[in-house]
Design a protein. Structure first.
Length: 246
């Protein structure tokens, strides 16, 4: 399993980074990570677009979900009817989670490359035949941060971007406050609100504890996600999938 993980994720990422240094020797490791992150997110764009579309669909069927909860009190029956509604409306509520799960192996791979593989030293045994060894690799991002070391500034920026990314997402995804005191909806709303504040704190400690490279990847990915959601929603409005006032 470890060999497969290295073959399909670690080695391609490693060669991608080294290839960037060979093509553009003026860039530092931080800029290379930013470029690589953007390329990864562009590859994941179809999944990310689907996740945004799922948010829209979930908003549309929210009244129907509320009626199901009122009509079916039995939890098993309620779950079955909810799944039937998801299938009928072509909604996959887990599409957003999939985008996050795909990125986790990439984060672990960057950790191995920068902290366990002796970066900025180049392991020529891992290079593909068409990838050349660069003359020099700078690990100082913009001449300010050694991304192989801890950086509370990058960790703080990663946490702040996580907060704003969640704020944008939950502003549209939060269930309306229940007038009838629906415990499940109110609990869901409360948990999402708390997560908006708790998760950025968690991101800060994880990003700071590991290294600046993880914080930089997280920061870039969050900024890309924010920009992507704005663009995708704008395009969906033009296509008439989202109402103009949404």
């Amino acid at each position: 399993m470890s060999a497969l993980y290295h073959a399909i994720i670690v080695n391609p990422l490693y060669n991608g980074l080294i290839g960037l240094f060979a093509i553009a020797p003026w860039i530092d490791a931080g800029i290379a990570v930013v470029i690589l992150t953007i390329l990864v997110r562009l590859i994941l764009y179809p999944l990310s677009r689907k996740a945004v579309l799922t948010q829209v669909r979930m908003q549309e069927i929210a009244p129907e979900l509320a009626k199901l909860k009122e009509k079916y009190k039995d939890s098993e029956e309620q779950a079955r009817k909810t799944l039937e509604l998801y299938k009928e409306k072509s909604v996959n509520p887990f599409s957003g989670v999939l985008v996050l799960l795909i990125q986790l192996p990439i984060i672990f791979a960057l950790y191995r490359i920068f902290l366990q593989a002796g970066f900025p030293q180049v392991n020529t045994a891992l290079l593909y035949s068409f990838v050349h060894v660069p003359e020099h690799i700078s690990i100082m991002f913009l001449g300010l941060f050694d991304i192989t070391q801890k950086s509370w500034i990058l960790a703080l920026l990663a946490a702040a971007s996580t907060y704003f990314q969640l704020k944008i997402a939950t502003a549209r995804a939060l269930p309306p406050k229940s007038e009838k005191g629906n415990f499940a909806d109110d609990l869901s709303r409360s948990m999402q609100t708390q997560m908006k504040y708790f998760f950025p704190i968690l991101v800060f400690f994880i990003a700071y504890k590991i290294s600046g490279v993880i914080a930089l990847y997280w920061l870039t990915s969050n900024l890309f996600t924010i920009g992507q959601e704005i663009v995708v929603r704008k395009n969906l409005k033009k296509e008439g999938i989202i109402p103009a006032q949404a």
